[in-house]
Design a binder for this molecule. Structure first.
Ligand code: GLU
Length: 503
């Protein structure tokens, strides 16, 4: 996409924001929005504000708020102003700003830019039906726009509670979307809309522009699903300029593409692959997940015609031009997400892989909390065995369980035992045990030499048949890290005991 107007006004520092609602578990779509807003702010050396849209007490909850803060910290998307860190424009939870919205709504009423509407739900529905039947636009028809004080008093006397509606100026709305270029909404498509419910609850169409104006937000990147509310938001900014809320300017908007899941459907919050916490539980690295999320609508510019999918956050920030965001729907591909995460694991020094693995081993109760030094050292020694083989950190827990598990808890996969530890396999295990019992030096090279001599040369077995029974007896599974190194780490007495146990 080419911009008709540059995305950033050089004379005005960028202030971007992320303002999720704390309902349910944080999801992938949210994280993508947060990442793009953050990367945009960082790319332009601007500020990133993290605000919480918790105006709906019936849906929002503290647990969900805590998770959002937690997951933003885990991802490393730091914010300059916002919840938990504070700033000059707080508070940053909308539930703590209700007086601000009430004040702005009142000023809009006083200025004649908004009005109280007393229509009941039934009345609205009836008129909507009629409009549809006649092929007229079915939004609010403006019936209560110009009620006299007497008419209002009469409705109040009936006990009706009014909503507050914003008076939409009758004109077409055109704005230059940062992702999609110029977009126009015809006057007929945007009617007067509710900014405050009859129970006094302000809606996000009021609270977000209010906060964006008061917090000096210059750029709003958000999901395409709320594109249709943008003309309303822009109309509010124009009204704010008249009543002195904010500095009178309107932020630039950019709408990020939909993310499609399986079967060409929009990825829903309820799809399992949407659950952000699940990625942390499975052992995705934050940098791996962010790298993949960046690809949902964006890509690193090719260098000499070569495209590169794997990059770090610093490279992302350096290259993040919002004009490169692709307006077409992005496809979520879990296999690719895992592959990219695996690449990031391999990019880490092995010592760091060990450090990142530790909490997963503790969660699996294979290492205690606090961890004892010998177990930390064992993990450091074992990390090289899995470094090249895993796409997620929890895979290492499965592969290395045999090293950490108490001997009483050690189990062998039944199917693998049936295939590998039949009578012939047991004979192989016995020969292996006898050869290893004789070994003077317990290291990888000596273990390998002894097993080759006894099983391949001695019994005349092909290597795969020779080592399978040993592997299953000692590690509990046919799928495990390299065998000889594994035995070295497990130690002589535990290795011999496990080989004896299957006989
Ligand atoms: N809470 C809204 C959302 O996550 C944000 C609305 C906005 O960005 O203005 O979709």
């Amino acid at each position: 996409m080419t911009d008709t107007v540059p995305a950033v006004d050089a004379s005005k520092p960028v202030v971007a924001r992320f303002c999720p609602s704390p309902t349910g578990n944080p999801h992938v779509g949210m994280a993508r929005t947060a990442l793009f807003s953050w990367a945009f702010a960082r790319h332009h050396g601007g500020k990133f504000v993290f605000r919480i849209e918790d105006t709906d007490a019936s849906r929002d909850n503290q647990e969900s708020y805590d998770l959002l803060v937690d997951v933003m910290r885990w991802l490393g998307l730091d914010w300059d102003e916002g919840v938990e860190v504070g700033g000059d424009h707080g508070p940053y939870r909308q539930s703590e700003r209700m007086d601000v919205y009430a004040d702005v709504a009142q000023r809009l009423l006083d200025a004649g830019l908004a009005y109280k509407a007393y229509d009941t739900a039934d009345e609205l529905e009836e008129r909507r039906e009629a409009a549809r039947a006649e092929g007229r636009p079915s939004g609010y028809d403006g019936l209560h726009r110009d009620l006299t004080p007497e008419q209002q008093a009469a409705y109040e006397a009936e006990g009706r509670k009014p909503v507050i509606r914003f008076k939409m100026p009758a004109k077409d709305w055109t704005f230059d979307d940062l992702v999609r270029g110029p977009i126009t909404f015809g006057a007929d498509n945007v009617q007067d809309f509710v900014i405050v419910r009859a129970n006094g609850q302000p809606l996000y169409t009021l609270t977000n522009p209010t906060d964006d104006a008061l917090m000096g937000i210059t750029h709003v990147l958000r999901g395409e699903d709320i594109l249709s509310s943008t003309p309303r938001q822009i109309a509010l900014y124009e009204a704010f300029a008249q009543i002195g809320v904010g500095d009178g300017s309107t932020p630039r908007f950019g709408h990020l593409p939909y993310v499609m899941g399986q079967g060409n459907r929009k990825l829903s919050k309820r799809d399992p692959e949407s659950n952000l916490l699940g990625y942390r539980e499975q052992g995705f690295l934050p940098e791996g997940l962010l790298n993949y999320l960046a690809l949902l609508g964006w890509s690193l510019p090719a260098v000499d015609g070569v495209e590169r999918d794997v990059f770090g956050l610093a490279e992302l920030v350096e290259a993040f031009e919002v004009s490169r965001v692709n307006p077409n729907p992005a496809r979520f591909d879990l296999a690719k997400c895992e592959a990219i995460n695996g690449d990031h694991i391999r990019l880490l020094p092995v010592e760091e892989v060990a450090e990142r693995l530790l909490p997963y081993f503790q969660t699996a109760e294979l290492i205690g909390t606090p961890a004892d030094d010998a177990q930390v050292a064992l993990l450091a020694a074992a990390a090289p065995l899995v470094h090249e083989r895993i796409a997620k950190l929890t895979e290492a827990v499965d592969m290395l369980r045999f090293l950490f598990v108490d001997d009483d808890d050690f189990t062998i996969d039944e199917a693998d035992a049936a295939k590998n530890l039949d009578e012939k396999g047991q004979g192989t295990a016995r020969a292996a045990r006898d050869a290893l019992a004789e070994l003077e030096t317990w290291d990888t090279a000596s273990i390998e030499a002894a097993l080759r001599a006894s099983l391949v040369d001695g019994l005349g077995l092909k290597p795969r048949l020779a080592f399978g029974p040993v592997r299953v007896a000692v590690t509990g599974s046919r799928i495990s890290p390299p065998l000889f190194e594994s035995l070295e780490l497990l130690g002589r007495s535990r290795t011999l005991a496990r080989l004896s146990a299957v006989l």
